[in-house]
Design a protein around this ligand. Sequence first.
Ligand SMILES: Nc1ncnc2c1ncn2[C@@H]1O[C@H](COP(=O)(O)OP(=O)(O)OP(=O)(O)O)[C@@H](O)[C@H]1O
Length: 772
Amino acid sequence: MATACSFSAHHQHQTTSLSPFIISRVKSSVQPHRRQTKILTKHRSSSQYRNYRWISASPSSLWTTTTTTTVSTDFDTINNDDDAVASSLYDPFATANKIEPQTKPLPESMSFYAKYLINYFCKTPKLGKKIRGQRRAMWKKLNEQRKNVMTLAGYTSDIVTPSFGFLFLGALMTSIVPNYWGKCIQCVATLSATKGQLLEAIVGLGVTSTLEALFTGIRGSLFWIGGCRANYNVRVKLHRSLLLQEAAFFDTNETGYLLSRLNSDVNKIGQVISYHVNVVLRQFAQFVFGSIYLIKISPKLSLWTFAGIVLVAWLSAVYGDLARQLAEKVQDTFADATAVAETSFSMSETIRAFDGAEIESDKFEAAQSKALELEEVQAWAYGTHKFLSDTLQSILQVGLLVACWAVGKSGGLPASELTTFMFYTGFVLESSNEVGDQWAKIQQAVGASSSVFDLIKRIPVIRDPPASGNASASAPGIVNGAEADSVVTNGHDSANNVAPIIALKNVTVEYEAMERPALMGINANIYSGDRVALVGRSGSGKSSMLRTMLRFYDPSVGAIELDGQDLRKLTRAETASHVSLVEQEPHVFPMSLMENVLYGIDKDDVDSETGKPQYSAKYRKKVADCLSLAGIPVEPGNELGLTLDTRIGEGGRSLSGGQRQRVAIARAIIRSPQLLLLDEPTAALDSESERKVVESLQKAMEQTKSMVMVTHRLGVVRSLDVNRVIVLDRGEIVEEGHPEDLLQDEGSLYAAIAREQGITKMSTLGQNQLTK
Ligand SMILES: Nc1ncnc2c1ncn2[C@@H]1O[C@H](COP(=O)(O)OP(=O)(O)OP(=O)(O)O)[C@@H](O)[C@H]1O
């Protein structure tokens, strides 16, 4: 009911002036509509965590609630300057704050943590065994990650050696400093030291402190650089590796999930190097140096220190296991949330059209809230660990203090030695504590980074053969100046026993999630001169056949041969040099018009002034010719105002659907392909644009040897003078022949589809009726 009201108000807003609309909005703010009241009530009465609190939901309701205090109820005061009024009513802060992402009250968050812990320690069956197994796996993973970082993240000796060298030197200086501190304090406290002793202590302290600062600074910069370089290397490699994956990989991995891996997960790798590894190693080195001092001063007393440290380390290990598990879960939930966000942005128009912002926002909040829930558990776990380990350390220090007092009292060690011993005890304890802390964080990051490295190392199911050396492979036509030696005419030359350009031999295509194959036992030959249309009902397998010819998918049975070569033995570059595609809704890249047409073709010239690579005049002319052939003129003074260097696409100039389609045709024909594939090239166009695109395609045929087109519109079959139609039904070829011959057979599926579209036999068709 509320939706209906909201829609009618919106509708009214579009068809009448804005004032009544605003007034109706202001009225609704004075008397909050039912939906608002209902949602607010729900929010107050429920203590459930998953309770979304959209105080007002539809875009139209952005006008409500906050305006009540500022807008007079005297509606006559609203003047005709609707825009000004509208702007004054719109409060961006209030609009943002109308959405109140729900968080748990702290006691609820704590009790959730307690339940999580109970479940973790008590309810998990055979936890000890499981954890031991996990630890073993963890060490294995760590070693693997070390290798990955060294090889894939480019963390090689040129940066590792100086980083670790300065880390070692810095830690050494840090460990020496307490020794001089002890001496200085001893001189000041006892007043019995000579001037020479005081000078020695002060100079020692000054020199070691300065060196410590210098080495620490250099070490910090080097580790930071190492982390940035690792991020950079891994990110570029991951992006590249993802682009090489087969089409089916993207069917099962959402873009948002992959983006999350590319951004936040990769960041973790750099963070581990620049911070966690840095701190762990430094603290560990300090721990070792400090321990040497402790043992030197008193082996007996230091035993007590180490016993305490073992206890703290055990606590850290338990915490580390928990933290690792939590981190893996958090990472996965964040990836899910990113996937939700990505879908909502990519479908923003549909969402706007159906007023689905609330639904999408709720979905995103739900995904985020799962992560938040686990993050809060992480935070409480950290606090617990901190409390327990700090308490343990304090007890240990008090115990040691008493022990030192007893040793001093019995004359075992002089006061100066005992003071230094206590300094080093604190120093060593702090280092071990920090190692435990950072160790847990490294474990957390290992979980996140392993999926990144797994993706980098993933071998695509469909990939280039190891070494092609294939004689038929050649660069695109423009590079070698080749023109198509045979234009696509109406009718092929199979009668002359010429080998087909592309042959499908008993091809079966299966998708993972599908019970039934999309294509079954397909046999088809496309010859030079062929213009073939793939026709059939929705879901009959037309696009699958087209995509398999491009090797987006491999047949599970049978083979596809291009010029007598199995597609599986050709590289992607070789296939792309022979086969071009015009998609249903082609995308243009945010680049110049010329770069869009020459996409995938290397620059062949160098700018003499800047030294930058560029396309030669020969290429520019070829692009202009192809664009003009495709119906996009670029000569000076053309009606579209386009030049070869006009930047188009995202952030540049927008083109209409038909214009984009024609740019895509130019992109396809500039390679003079042997086979031009068209995937419903006119489906998304109006009749005027369709006419222009059909004209472009007719000219494009002059640049290619053969054409295969998927189409629902049988009018296009006639306009493009198709000589053969392959009719598919439930993944099988059920009819094949000249379109006019198929039309003659009234019982054929082709004739039935044609009838549904009002297409009749040639004899009854007006000569000028090209498309329907
Ligand atoms: N990537 C995919 N993953 C799983 N199944 C798929 C995939 N692509 C297509 N299918 C399934 O394969 C079958 C054939 O689909 P295809 O897209 O080839 O048919 P089509 O004839 O081109 O349909 P339309 O005319 O509606 O585009 C359908 O049942 C479809 O659901």
